[in-house]
Design a protein around this ligand. Sequence first.
Ligand code: FQP
Ligand code: MG
Length: 228
Amino acid sequence: MAGSFNAEQIREMLRAYFIMGSVNCPGQPAEVLRQAIAGGITLFQYREKGKGALQGDARLELARKLRRLCRASSVPFIVNDDIELALAVDADGVHVGQEDEPASNVRRRIGPGMLLGVSAHDAEEAERAVREGADYLGVGPIYATGSKEDAKAPAGPEVITRIREAGIRVPIVGIGGITAGNAAEVVRAGADGVSVISAISLAANPAAAASELLDAVRKAIFQRQERG
Ligand code: FQP
Ligand code: MG
């Protein structure tokens, strides 16, 4: 597992996990991220993907800029898919899905200290991911999403409940169509937090959106603990 962080720290990081690349931003990505950080996001993933995504030097340059912003505010920085880029910018971790490089390979390449997030759609994928060294699981799409062209059908919060019922206790973040309005039900299903792209990147006020999201998650976590 990631030697640099324990499971409790990872659960805290997953509360309000913002994912973004230039494609997701109507304006300057660095400005959107600056506002999201001001609003209290707990983790950031650089995901430069989709139509018009930056390549080569521009991609590296933006990664460096966003990495710098995160470091200045002590927000851990994750890179989606691209292990080489993650290593080049000294990211805190990487996230890979079922169609990316196998998690066990990725773990070997990044070493024990960096965070490894893996996407899982059911208990079987979740179990394998954990065996191969995942520190946290991204489970979704919970609801319908407009941010990923090749997204699967929405699975509903129940997919997280089923994974928990299979005895999987690693940190889980829900993803796909999540907003401040439905985040509580994702937490109630067993997630440690929620991950969003458009709920923050397309908000008129990204700082307010981030803060409302974090608030909704924290309230739901608190209520879950109260009930035991
Ligand atoms: N969960 C998360 C996280 N981040 C992601 N990027 C995904 C799931 C999706 O490979 P994948 O991963 O299925 O698709 P893509 O590479 O297009 O994002 F948990 F971090 F919220
Ligand atoms: Mg991927």
